[in-house]
Design a protein around this ligand. Structure first.
Ligand code: PEP
Ligand code: MG
Length: 325
């Protein structure tokens, strides 16, 4: 199987019906970067910056972060890297940062909420990213944005740092893309203005699914209970795709489900054109997409919807079982 995927490395994820899906990889460590070449990923759709913070016993220095981010961009060799600002709280806890005791940290003071309320670390991180880009294009996305005003504030913070860096005489990024991660259902229903302001939106499917079904992603008792391939979840994804299409906002999906071939197939059928996943999933997902006709997948979804079937999984499994190996 490894050889089969290796032979696909330089081929596009072009479906049998002629639609091309961009496959990006998720990363968080320097050690992940060689996978960009090996997997044939089109870019890094999610760089989880909190891993650097979790590995140390103190907040890293701005110069250390800038050097690291610069090496990440070097390793990407001009391919896009979407740097996600610090997503701490919830399941990612830094022992050296004092945190309030929270009854429900996943729905608590985490991610961009911390970055907006206590901007020190986020500002330092944004400065490091601008310095790392040093004349190259820069993509930044903010995690766990729940409403438009949070995105506006985070975006304004980044633009302020750009102005400050310019005033200090630093070279600015050649271009700047500012995006939001859509991880709470509320953001899907933000005003049109939000979709117009965001340069791109990345669906954080792990968190989005947790909040859509109210099922803790960390809790073994419930985390596999609800299906990504259910009509309810796919209909919700279709709604997000539609809202982004209306404003021409670039949309991607970067939760773990994007790396499951059958789930990737359904996500592509809803209209998603960029999926980001762990590097080892790129081969299997590409192999699946190259054999699939998304019109057939869309028919299967429509039929399940019309018939009131809860999940499209059985019908999709049946469809892909006709693919030969
Ligand atoms: C997600 O929530 O889907 C996501 C990509 O971010 P993380 O898994 O780091 O929360
Ligand atoms: Mg998340």
């Amino acid at each position: 199987a490894q050889e089969k995927y290796a032979s696909l490395r330089d081929k596009p994820a072009l479906t049998a019906c002629g639609e091309t899906i961009a496959l990006h990889m998720n990363a968080g460590l320097m050690a992940d970067l060689p996978s960009l070449e090996n997997s044939g990923a089109d870019g890094v759709g999610l760089f989880r910056t909190e891993l650097q913070f979790l590995l140390r016993n103190a907040v890293p220095k701005r110069s250390e972060l800038a050097a690291l981010y610069s090496r990440v961009m070097d390793a990407a060799g001009g391919r896009r890297v979407a740097f996600r600002t610090l997503d701490i709280g919830s399941d990612k806890v830094m022992p050296y940062m004092k945190r309030p005791d929270e009854p429900n940290p996943a729905m608590g003071w985490r991610a961009v909420r911390v970055g907006l309320d206590k901007p020190g670390v986020m500002r330092m991180q944004l400065q490091a990213l601008i310095r790392a880009a040093n004349g190259r294009p820069l993509s930044v996305m903010f995690p766990f944005v729940s409403q438009a005003s949070e995105f506006d504030s985070a975006r304004a913070q980044l633009l302020r740092e750009i102005d400050r860096e310019a005033a200090l005489g630093h070279v600015l990024p050649a271009s700047l893309e500012i995006g939001a991660m859509l991880e709470t259902p509320s953001l899907a229903y933000a005003a049109r203005r939000f979709f117009e302001t965001a340069d791109f939106i990345s669906i954080g499917g792990n968190d989005l699914k947790q909040f859509f079904f109210a099922a803790d992603r960390e809790n073994e008792l419930v985390r596999r209970r609800y299906d990504t391939l259910s009509i309810s979840f796919l209909t919700f994804i279709e709604e997000i795709v539609k809202r982004c299409a209306d404003t021409g906002t670039a949309l991607s999906f970067c939760g773990e489900d994007a790396g499951r071939p059958l789930d990737a197939l359904a996500l592509a059928a809803t209209g998603l054109r960029t999926l980001s996943m762990r590097p080892a999933s790129i081969g299997p997902v590409k192999s699946m997409l190259r054999r699939a006709d998304l019109d057939v997948v869309r028919d299967i979804i429509e039929r399940a919807r019309a018939e009131g079937v809860e999940s499209t999984r059985p019908a999709l499994l049946k469809y892909v079982s006709s693919f030969d190996d």
